[in-house]
Ligand binder design. Structure first.
Ligand code: HEC
Ligand code: HEC
Length: 160
């Protein structure tokens, strides 16, 4: 019993040493922060030009909030003024030719359709974002619904 304990103790000590060595060898690095230590504030990358081609993007699945295909620089969006609704509200689209908000934006939490935009959908940029033509900071293997559902199903394991 005593011997086993000593052996376990050695193993633990070796593990701790190995972890410490790795921690020392690899300096902190992160795709978003670079080498800036956690306690410091990194300098943000310069702002890019927002996509402004007016081409609506395909959605990855039916309930994806569509991305914004136009610039929103300087659009006021706060408690008193909603610049987005100036164009996108049901009552404004005849004049502005903007895409009308879908009916979900007029539903309250019980699913009743109201005459005006639901407070739950007032702050548009909570869900809708403009796009920049930049290289993604972090790799990802996301596939939209159509790609994923068309990919051949993985081969079934052979029957035993
Ligand atoms: C000056 C009018 C105007 C304003 C203000 C405006 N939009 Fe738009 N928006 C449009 C028009 C017109 C389109 C149709 C595509 C295009 O021409 O860019 C559009 C398209 C969109 C789309 C794409 C919808 C889809 O189905 O692909 C989204 C999302 C959107 N706007 C969100 C916003 C948000 C959020 C704001 C406020 C931050 C905003 N818009 C302010 C006119 C406007
Ligand atoms: C809580 C998230 C959320 C908020 C807030 C929100 N939206 Fe949406 N929006 C969605 C989702 C999800 C969809 C796609 C499903 C749908 O049409 O309901 C959508 C769809 C849209 C569409 C496309 C409609 C269509 O029929 O193609 C427009 C335009 C739009 N939103 C504009 C806005 C504007 C402008 C605001 C702010 C007044 C806003 N949204 C606030 C989630 C949101």
């Amino acid at each position: 019993m005593g011997r086993l304990r000593t052996q376990l103790g050695f193993l633990l000590a070796a593990l701790v040493a190995a972890t410490a060595a790795i921690a020392v060898a690899a300096p902190f690095s992160d795709a978003m922060r670079g080498n800036t230590p956690i306690v410091d504030e990194p300098t943000p990358p310069p702002l890019q030009n927002q996509e402004n081609n007016d081409v609506r993007r395909v959605r990855s699945h039916p309930m994806q909030p569509p991305t914004i295909p136009h610039k929103i620089d300087g659009y006021q969006l706060d408690r008193t003024v909603n610049r987005c609704l100036f164009c996108h509200a049901r009552t404004r689209i005849e004049e502005t030719k903007a895409i009308p908000l879908s009916v979900t934006h007029y539903m309250d939490r019980d699913g009743s359709v109201r005459g005006d935009v639901s407070p739950r959908r007032y702050f548009c940029t909570q869900c809708h974002v403009p796009q920049d033509a930049v290289k993604p900071l972090v790799d990802n293997r996301f596939e939209d619904f159509d790609t994923a559902s068309q990919r051949a199903a993985p081969a079934k394991p052979a029957k035993r």
